[in-house]
Design a binder for this molecule. Structure first.
Ligand SMILES: C[S@@+](CC[C@H](N)C(=O)[O-])C[C@H]1O[C@@H](n2cnc3c(N)ncnc32)[C@H](O)[C@@H]1O
Length: 262
């Protein structure tokens, strides 16, 4: 599990990559019904690509962009420099803890983030606490079976797996965690969604910046490139074998006795 403060990211390199996150974010946003005046929490907003798209959908609303990486948020602030403060709140916070919000939000939106957090029952309970009753959760993140080929390569190299450090949950355990946290109208989908790279150097850069972060962080910088090349060489195809969980749910009535505060 990832312990200590949330890790820092190479935000400039992240934004320069052909990220599958772009289509994941656009796809998820298309499924979130919005009237245009809501307050939406972007949980793990990163460099703000989807925060910006959310703001376009909310001409009379507001986005609260939360992330644990100062580097990602500084890029987000640059991207959204012209947005007035009554439309955007940027919050440097750890999603493993209760969020310091003044009032409940209308929706929580999250792309490629929740698998970074341990104990999804507590994660969903905290997100439920952040939402008004009836508010919507729309999230997508890595699920059971994610990065199996990457992990096989790491195991072959005698290195720790990504799966051992992040939470790649099953659809069943996700449904149970959402119900236990007080969500209703729960819809959970788990499916393979590989990211295919046409250029070898882009695959290697993507592995280095996005996929292998937790494996590379503890290694001396001189070792990291060698590991990236060795993993890339062991993959059966020039692709990252993502398996994605997509979650839609509504916050139930928090006065119900089985909804515990987190
Ligand atoms: C793969 S990036 C996704 C960013 C953005 N949603 C996107 O689609 O490009 C994962 C994000 O989760 C954030 N994150 C991971 N663990 C976190 C934590 N414990 N608290 C807050 N943010 C966290 C990272 O800082 C990073 O910005």
């Amino acid at each position: 599990m990832v312990t200590g403060p949330p890790r820092e990211w190479d935000a400039a390199s992240y934004d320069s990559l052909p990220l599958p996150h772009k289509r994941w974010g656009a796809r998820l946003l298309a499924t979130l019904p919005l009237d245009g005046d809501e307050v939406v929490l972007d949980a793990g907003a990163g460099t703000g690509r989807d925060t910006e798209a959310l703001l376009r959908r909310l001409p009379h609303g507001r986005v609260i962009a939360v992330d644990g990486s100062q580097a990602m948020l500084s890029r987000l602030r640059e991207r959204l420099a012209g947005v007035p403060s009554d439309r955007l709140t940027v919050l440097h916070a750890d999603l493993r803890e209760r969020l310091p919000l003044d009032r409940p939000v209308d929706a929580v939106f999250s792309v490629a983030t929740l698998h970074w957090l341990p104990d999804h029952r507590s994660v969903f309970a905290r997100l439920r606490s952040a939402l008004r009753a009836g508010g919507r959760l729309a999230a997508e993140f890595g699920g059971h079976g994610n990065l199996a080929a990457v992990d096989a390569a790491l195991t072959d190299l005698g290195l720790p797996s990504v799966n051992g450090q992040l939470t790649f949950a099953t659809a069943e355990s996700t449904r149970a965690a959402l119900a236990a946290a007080g969500f209703t109208d729960v819809d959970v989908d788990l499916r393979p969604d590989p990211a295919v790279f046409t250029e070898r150097d882009q695959l290697e850069a993507f592995l280095a910046v996005v996929v292998l972060g937790t494996v590379l962080d503890p290694l001396p910088s001189t070792e990291r490139r060698r590991v990236v090349l060795a993993v890339a060489a062991r993959l059966p195809r020039p692709e990252v074998d993502y398996v994605r969980l997509t979650v839609h749910a509504r916050a139930g009535d928090s006065s119900r006795p089985d909804v515990r505060s987190a």
